[in-house]
Design a protein around this ligand. Structure first.
Ligand code: OAD
Ligand code: ZN
Length: 248
């Protein structure tokens, strides 16, 4: 079956790379973006230029953030996260490229050197002007005591934003370079739980395939790139990766 195939290919690979999307975290209670009930089916994303231009957009962004935060602050890594951490330990995986901002790869024990966060990290915030870091609890205390007004940076007056990438915001340069380099090295590229509709992130699986890597896509639903893949599994990531999450 698919698991045996994947296992053989992982054993044979010189540099296997996992490319994760929101689908790897749904079993942890975190909704994805585009499935029924997904975040973008509930609210339209706030584009970066609107966030910058309008105080009301910043208030709304932080309001949404804290609604999500109260529900998901306690989320634990799922079977997919644990499997990837285990494969890294075993030297069977060369790295993880993620579009996720939930910090669950780190929580499963994946170190900085093995993880590339293309869309930033939602577990803290920064001032967009001076770069000072703020913890979410710090932002929330000010947001709550002001009756729902997003705080500005006490150092420079700049806007404070979760350290994630919004639509229209520049991609992080270092992470893009690292993802590019890792993709070039990869001879097995495994997409896990992404609709593959958001670019430039979705360029990496295409680039890997173009370089001659085997491409595997594990996703509940079909994607536009299924026809390019050497193996497509339309199933739950946790079920597919569960055997890899167990002790050998
Ligand atoms: P999407 O919501 O677009 O896609 C998630 C995919 O995972 C869907 O195709 C689901 O069918 C699938 N899925 C959900 N749960 C699954 C499970 N347990 N097992 C297998 N498949 C499952 O999320 P992403 O592709 O990650 O960017 O979205 C890409 C980017 O769009 C995000 O990083 C975010 C969003 O806008 C920014 O905010 C910049
Ligand atoms: Zn500042």
């Amino acid at each position: 079956g698919a698991q045996a195939q994947l296992s053989d290919w992982l054993d044979a690979a010189h540099c296997a790379v996992a490319f994760t999307g929101a689908g790897i975290s749904t079993e942890c209670g975190i909704p994805d973006f585009r499935s029924p009930g997904g975040l973008w089916t509930q609210n339209k994303p706030i584009p970066f230029d609107v966030f910058l231009a309008m105080k009301s957009a910043r208030n709304e962004a932080w309001k949404r953030k804290f609604v999500l935060e109260s529900a998901f602050a306690g989320a634990r890594p799922g079977r997919g996260h644990v499997a990837l951490a285990r494969l890294l330990e075993q030297g069977k995986l060369g790295g993880v490229i993620t579009q996720n901002i939930d910090g669950l790869h780190q929580a499963s024990g994946v170190g900085e050197a093995d993880l590339i966060e293309l869309h930033g990290n939602g577990t803290y915030a920064t001032c967009l002007d001076c770069g000072t870091r703020y913890e979410l609890g710090w932002v929330k205390a000010r947001f709550d005591t002001s009756g729902g007004i997003a705080p500005d940076c006490p150092h420079c007056g700049g806007p404070i934003k979760a350290a994630t990438i919004s639509f229209g915001q520049a991609m992080p340069e270092t992470e893009m370079r690292r993802a590019d380099a890792l993709t070039r090295q990869s001879d097995l590229f495994i997409v896990l739980g992404s609709s593959l509709v958001v670019f430039p992130a979705a360029q990496f699986p295409l680039q890997a395939k173009d370089n001659g890597a085997r491409l595997v896509i594990v996703n509940r639903e079909p994607t536009d790139f299924d026809h390019l893949a050497d193996l497509v599994v339309h199933a739950d990531i946790g079920d597919v990766l569960a055997p890899f999450a167990r002790n050998a």
